[in-house]
Design a protein around this ligand. Sequence first.
Ligand SMILES: NC(=O)c1ccc[n+]([C@@H]2O[C@H](COP(=O)([O-])OP(=O)(O)OC[C@H]3O[C@@H](n4cnc5c(N)ncnc54)[C@H](OP(=O)(O)O)[C@@H]3O)[C@@H](O)[C@H]2O)c1
Length: 339
Amino acid sequence: MGTVSRMDTIRWGVMAPGRIARSFAADLALVPDAELVATGSRSLDRATTFADEFGGAAHGSYEELVADEAVDVVYVASPHPLHAEHTRMALAAGKHVLCEKPMTLDGASTAALFDEAAERGLFLMEAMWMATHPTIRTLRALLTDGEHGTARQVHASIGFVAGPDPTSRLVDPALGGGALLDMGVYPLTFAQLLLGEPDQLTAVANLSDRAIDLDISIAGRYPGGATAALTATLTSHASVTATVSTEIGTFELPRPFYSPDRIRWTSYWTEGGAGEWIEPDEPVVGQGYGNEAMEVHRCLRSGALTSELVPPSQTIALMRQMDDLRAQVGVSYADRVGT
Ligand SMILES: NC(=O)c1ccc[n+]([C@@H]2O[C@H](COP(=O)([O-])OP(=O)(O)OC[C@H]3O[C@@H](n4cnc5c(N)ncnc54)[C@H](OP(=O)(O)O)[C@@H]3O)[C@@H](O)[C@H]2O)c1
């Protein structure tokens, strides 16, 4: 276990077949050298329903899934307070892991997971698919080519109305509810991908009566004096767009800014200001989860234990930024951390 040869089909196991696992599995089917060979759920019925649709074996427990010898890499898609336990379970069984975002509830437990994967010689990556998305990669390249100026200011907004169900994982503290961990991680990561690690982040938030952040606004200062205004909400329908301003023009990222089909560049000098639409350099596979799976494949085939597009340093830095922001606004998962 643990080694994947250059020619093999890479065999995936899905742990926790909920909403995002469905989107991921649909895109995985479009990746030519990927095979979904097993699904593990707390319920055999749910695993069977998922396996009937996407293929592979069905297991009625996560333990059985990670013990399945046909599985090379486990995709962990449970609610975030369970990511650490479930990732550790897969690593202990000798499986490589792609773990949904946010990786855990705090920076320390995220760092510990990467240490454990490295000690075991296994691959681990946070499923921060925005960073592997071709359009976002193209934007990053455009901001380093010198022709579009230097990013000076980033605006990004994300969110939707979570709905009234108090047991929804989005608002339930026991399931890691809150706008920052669930959604704010996207604008924060977006700003870091373009501007570097922040020098300062300041937040204000609106908390629920169960003390999770329903709405959060973050102001950031980045190297060289670049700044960002980043928002996430569970009480309003946000535009889910972003802009990146340089000293010579603006990039606009249409909805959803973390996985747009294309971006618009408007130079300050362009007559009429209509701008120019720019397509990604590489094809988007499915919604973009396919490109994330392809990055995992690329790493496994090269023997890399971590991804350069979603490196542990970035994931850990983001988790630590969110620790700090939650402390600023008074949201704590202290009783759940490490579980
Ligand atoms: N990358 C993305 O675009 C994206 C999008 C949405 C969500 N996410 C992330 O993916 C994770 C899952 O989100 P989701 O929206 O897919 O959630 P979801 O629909 O609620 O699915 C989560 C699954 O986890 C399993 N589970 C295990 N223990 C559980 C517990 N105590 N309570 C509830 N479910 C439990 C359940 O499957 P079984 O009981 O069948 O095992 C459930 O179906 C979250 O961390 C979220 O932040 C990522």
